[in-house]
Write a protein that binds this ligand. Structure first.
Ligand SMILES: [Zn+2]
Length: 492
């Protein structure tokens, strides 16, 4: 079968979402899957081209057979067919598709068992399982990027989760765009200088989106690492022969327009020192909370941040003086921990702190994926946790953990050690949203502290937007008089 040689990483990522699916089972599942991509004549513009491009970048990393047709779509069909081959040189282009994605106003070609229609309009993605969806005429890649990510997620759920509910008859807008949303969705202007910290999976998608705008200015791409084979599973810009290239440099080559991409092959700390900590717009696409907080502590004028964790992803923006800063979201251990922090820590799932916080805030029951993660992290049989499914996290904590129902009293202490490998479409979606948030704060010149979360379980109401207040412990750097004074002096 034509699976890519970096396939094992896909298997790890998928097994973290769907338990019991090991590499061998995954391979045999994919043996019968052939994805058709039909590209309509309206996909020749910026939006359609971007949509088809990102969709194929996502699909070609996982599915061994992709059959592409693009009659009437200029050269877009040939372009993305070549692209698929550069991503997975073993990809097959023959056979009868079992699932088809139609981009723009084309009719389906193959009578596949499942057909999804996808289009975009400026800031919005449009999805249907019944009728073709047009591609808009704006120069805005964000709605198209959102559409491609959500469509890839729907293909994934259709293939791997039987009976999964797909996005249909819906228009999903990039959230929190606010006052700088423009008529018709066109965007333009000078963003000045954006510092993109991290050229990993999320950073790749940020650069994918920014490089497809017609904005002016520069993106300073900071990353000291090189691309390894395992990265190819979810780095949307990476092709098979990009292995071993420096991440910052290969991402910078994507920028060929008026928005320049400059590579900085160093750590964020080294970069910030070089810039004497003068950064107007910091976009954090980093894995570790510690690095994100270090970025915030350098007191950039405005910050946007994104994350992925199993079953959840989101983006936050930060007004250092008035709202939550990045530190507030990832307050380090201390004597006055928040309830969510204490609970996530004792569950062993600090990597899911945002999910725990949201569930507590909304007083919702414990979902199965969280229970599974807790069972894994604390080495417990899932059966001990299942009686708490759908019950509040406080109950699970007080009865199960403090009350001894799940783990023996006094046995709290094994550290969280699981390493989360996100799926390609999750990282892509987080990156597209982060890119939009970054452009928004640059063009508007202001930022509010807001957390946007994407709910994979609610197809019709994907985005939840929360204003983010400062940490209640009042011990954060954004509540410290010295830090606040320095910030005010830097940006009078
Ligand atoms: Zn803070």
């Amino acid at each position: 079968m034509a699976i890519p040689d970096y396939f094992q990483r896909n298997a790890i990522a998928i097994s973290q979402v769907i338990s019991g699916l090991d590499e061998q089972r995954l391979e045999s599942r994919l043996a019968d899957v052939r994805i058709g991509v039909t590209i309509g004549p309206d996909a020749v513009g910026n939006e359609g081209r971007a949509l088809a491009d990102l969709l194929v970048r996502l699909l070609a990393r996982l599915y061994p057979s992709i059959i592409i047709r693009g009659e009437g779509a200029g050269g877009v069909g040939d372009e993305v067919r070549e692209l698929a081959r550069r991503i997975n040189p073993r990809v097959e282009h023959l056979g009868q598709p079992t699932v088809e994605v139609v981009v723009g106003t084309a009719r389906p070609q193959w009578g596949a068992a499942r057909t999804m229609f996808v289009g975009s309009n400026g800031w919005s993605a449009k999805l249907s399982t019944h009728d073709p969806q047009a591609c808009g005429a704006s120069n805005n890649p964000f709605g198209a990027g959102l559409a491609a990510s959500v469509a890839a997620s729907d293909v994934f759920r259709h293939v791997f989760l039987s009976g999964a509910e797909l996005d249909t008859e819906c228009e999903i807008a990039v959230p929190n765009v606010g006052e700088w949303a423009t008529e018709g969705g066109d965007i333009g202007g000078n963003v000045g200088s954006i510092v993109l910290a991290g050229a990993g999976a999320i950073g790749n998608a940020v650069a994918w989106a920014l490089s497809r705008t017609q904005l002016e200015g520069s993106v300073e791409i900071v990353d000291h690492e090189s691309v390894d084979l395992g990265n190819l599973q979810r780095y949307v810009l990476a092709e098979r022969n990009d292995e071993k290239k420096r991440k910052a440099s290969f991402v910078a080559t994507e920028f060929s327009g008026r928005l320049r991409g400059n590579a900085h092959e160093c750590t964020l700390a080294e970069f910030l020192q070089k810039k004497r900590h003068q950064v107007d717009n910091l976009v954090l696409a980093l894995d570790s909370a510690k690095d994100r907080c270090a970025g915030q502590a350098s007191l950039p004028r405005r910050v946007a941040n994104a994350w992925t964790q199993p079953g959840d992803l989101g983006v936050s923006t930060h007004d250092f003086l008035e709202g939550a800063c990045v530190h507030c979201l990832y307050m380090p251990d201390g004597e006055q921990k928040n309830e969510d922090h204490i609970i996530a820590e004792s569950f062993g799932v600090m990597n899911r702190l945002m999910q725990v916080r949201t569930l507590l805030y909304k007083n919702e029951g414990a979902p199965r994926d969280l229970l599974t993660a807790i069972a894994d992290a604390r080495d417990l049989p899932l059966s001990k946790l299942l009686p708490f499914e759908g019950r509040s996290l406080r109950t699970l904590y007080t009865e199960g953990f403090c009350g001894g129902a799940v783990i023996p009293l006094g046995d709290l202490g094994r550290p969280a050690n699981d390493v989360h490998v996100p799926l390609a479409h999750q990282s892509a979606l987080a990156g597209v949203l982060l890119g939009a948030a970054g452009v928004g704060m640059c063009l508007s010149g202001r930022v509010d502290s807001v957390v946007v979360q994407y709910d994979v379980l609610k197809p019709q109401e994907r985005f939840q937007v929360f204003p983010a207040a400062k940490h209640v412990a009042k011990r954060c750097i954004c509540q410290d008089a010295d830090y606040r004074d320095v910030y005010r002096q830097k940006y009078p």
